[in-house]
Design a protein. Sequence first.
Length: 189
Amino acid sequence: MDEKGEDAFDFELSVDESSAPTSPQAHLFIANEICEANIKVSSVAPRFVGEFQKAIDYIGDLDAFKRSFRTHAALARYFGYKISVHSGSDKFSVFPVIGELSRGRFHIKTSGTNWLEAVKVIARKDPGLYRELHRKALLTFDRATKYYHVTTNIKKVPDLSTLRDGQLPELFNNPDARQLIHITYGEIL
């Protein structure tokens, strides 16, 4: 790699898609191996305690999250990278904890919020298009759930035929409707 390109990108190591939370010992092992291999990372994304489901607030014991996050943030500081939180969209209950305990050295993935807000604008401005997107989401929901851990109850998503156009943006206040639209973005696009 030429000299000009060496720092032209961020390198993040993500271990958040594992089946169990990342223990402090595992984080330490990973960080030490990165350091020993002389690999410069910008951030590391462990899997935290609790649930970081798409498009809804954190589910879990906030005190347990604080204890765990404090340790992960300390390891990140020690090794010189940011702590990264994936599926950070709408995790309002943990945002203050992340900011405080990371001392401002964090990265939160929130692209889901941007997507949902964009689709909400479509619901407002072009209800016909939104209804088409929503129907596509319902048709592809089962396939999309293979890629995401969510507890969406599709029965709690109102039937579009019962809603007037002006009510469509209100769907984005419904956690199940939010998850429906969030996880099917690939199918919709």
